[in-house]
Design a protein around this ligand. Structure first.
Ligand code: BG6
Length: 515
């Protein structure tokens, strides 16, 4: 026993020391810069972007010389905008030293894409701030606005000469959705490229910036034991789930036009799929990583639209109870049409037609108002090829299963068979689990990491346009087929607080849809 205790002690010391972890958190941005946020009075700015910038400042990651300019269509003074952001960060009253220092570098500008002169004035303000704050010519533009404004805003930036990299870099951050279908994605891209080159465009997908999602690559490519098993010879299926307990909230106007396939599949789900299915990149840099993902998207088997029901289940939530509280059905949410056929749940089975994955189904599922928030990837391994225990315990032996839990808690679990104690041969499924929350210090919030990478100019965790287009090419035929009212028979209702419609059970192995 003493020997065992010593051994396990050594294992604990072999884990990363706190200083080493601190070093992982510190990556200082050297380039001075201005961050210009369009949609400054919107939800994303106050809920995500300012908290992320504040935290980056607190951790000493932002450059010494920086400034933030909020741009919006509401007339506001600099002071009134600072007060809004302060209260978003600290509530009714309060603040901290970091904020006092930051607030002096926060400015506001009235800008409207329909009023070109407001962009000329913005150019003057930025010129003036660059001199006052000594930020050089580096500017990060962030579009935290409805997608319909992306094209007019880019054109105004181009017209006012703000995208030109004469004395420093200019970068543009665009939030998803990147278009509504393949055609509109291409139109948007052409418009962005009128003023910005590809290396200046950062198409953000906040899932990629989650520590836990980045960890998928580390688990696969920094450990020798998983890769040899990671293919059609050993894997039975892969199930990727992004379940949410929240409803559409105040975003109904957007959501009702997009639905779950455009809102979650065209971006986050496709990225999770690529991270599971891609080959090891030659290096962990932007283009080698994105090249490998692109190969996965190129290998997606086109959806058999004539047999859509065999591969796709769509659902919409009705009223029910979530976390003990009564919640309205989707069509009773404010801002949703009473006869809306927009799906809030989808389960689909896709195949990656390549050497590694031939014949292995990937089940992708996402939905709102499900029983719990849970994002996970399940790699289900095949049964043993032959059981020497069959005479004693029958043919069935539970197969191994690796579960990568992404949220709400990050962890990795492996299910395997063990002998239950006793004189008889009796097998029991047991689980080995590692919980990242208790093993590591908390990491960076997704928007912090995304903003940091934009300031560093690292596009590894951002979409490249070829990937966007390949995913739209895959999904657009499906959307065209099921977007039309004649296909309303494809939409199954499920009570809020369940795991989606019962119909999902026939598609997804081990699924617990409404019964
Ligand atoms: C967003 C979607 O991209 O991701 C939302 O538009 C969804 O509808 C959200 O709720 C989920 O993100 P997270 O980080 O909460 O899993």
């Amino acid at each position: 026993m003493a020997g065992e205790a010593e051994r396990s002690d050594r294992v604990v010391h072999a884990e990363p020391a706190e200083e080493a972890e601190n070093a992982c958190l510190k990556e200082q941005v050297e380039d001075p810069a201005l961050v210009v946020i369009f949609g400054a009075t919107g939800d994303l700015t106050s809920r995500k972007l300012f908290p992320a910038l504040h935290s980056l400042r607190r951790n000493g990651i932002l450059p010494e010389r920086f400034g933030i300019v909020g741009v919006g269509r509401t007339e506001l003074t600099h002071e009134a905008f600072r007060e809004r952001m302060r209260s978003a960060l600290f509530g009714e009253s309060g603040g901290d030293e970091i904020w006092s220092d930051m607030a002096e570098r926060v400015f506001y500008h009235y800008g409207n894409a329909d009023e070109p002169e407001s962009f000329d004035k913005l150019a003057h303000l930025l010129q003036d701030l660059q001199e006052r704050l000594h930020t050089g010519g580096n500017i990060l533009f962030y579009f935290a606005v409805p997608p319909s404004l992306y094209i007019p805003l880019t054109r105004q930036l181009g017209r006012a000469g703000l995208s030109r990299q004469e004395r420093g870099w200019r970068r543009l951050v665009v939030e998803k959705p990147f278009g509504h279908d393949l055609e509109s994605a291409r139109t948007l891209d052409r418009a962005l490229h009128e003023s910005f080159a590809e290396h200046q465009i950062f198409r953000i997908d906040h899932y990629l910036a989650k520590e836990t999602v980045q960890n998928i690559s580390m688990l696969r490519f920094a450990n020798a034991i998983f890769e040899p098993l990671w293919d059609r010879r050993y894997v039975d299926y892969v199930r990727i789930t992004a379940a949410e307990s929240v409803g559409v909230g105040h975003r109904a106007g957007y959501y009702d036009r997009y639905g779950v396939l455009r809102d979650m599949f065209q971006n986050h789900m496709m990225q999770l799929l690529a991270l599971c299915a891609m080959e090891p990149p030659s290096s962990f840099r932007a283009d080698p990583v994105r090249d490998e993902k692109t190969k996965v998207y190129r290998s997606l088997r086109p959806f058999p639209t004539e047999r859509l029901e065999d591969h796709l289940v769509l659902g919409q939530y009705t009223s029910g109870k979530v976390d003990g509280e009564r919640v309205p059905g989707y069509t009773d949410e404010s801002g949703v049409a009473a006869d809306s056929l927009t799906p809030t749940f989808a389960a689909m089975c896709v195949y990656v037609d390549n050497w590694r994955w031939q014949g292995v189904p990937f089940y992708l599922t996402s939905g709102k108002r499900l029983a719990a928030k849970r994002t996970e990837i399940v790699v289900q391994f095949k049964q043993v090829p032959f059981s020497p225990f069959r005479g004693v315990i029958g043919e069935d032996i539970g197969a191994n299963r690796l579960v990568l839990s992404i949220q709400p808690r990050e962890g990795v679990s492996l299910d395997f068979q063990a002998k239950a104690p006793g004189s008889q041969i009796c097998l029991r499924n047991v689980t080995m689990h590692y919980d990242f929350g208790s093993g590591f210090m908390p990491g960076m919030e997704a928007y912090e990491k995304a903003l940091l990478d934009c300031l560093l100019g690292d596009q590894t965790l951002f979409w490249r346009q070829d990937g966007v287009e390949l995913c739209w090419s895959f999904l657009t035929p499906v959307l065209m087929e099921c977007d039309c009212p004649e296909r309303s028979d494809m939409l199954y209702m499920y009570r809020a607080g369940n795991w989606g419609p019962q119909a999902a059970n026939r598609l997804l192995p081990d699924w617990d849809g409404e019964t």
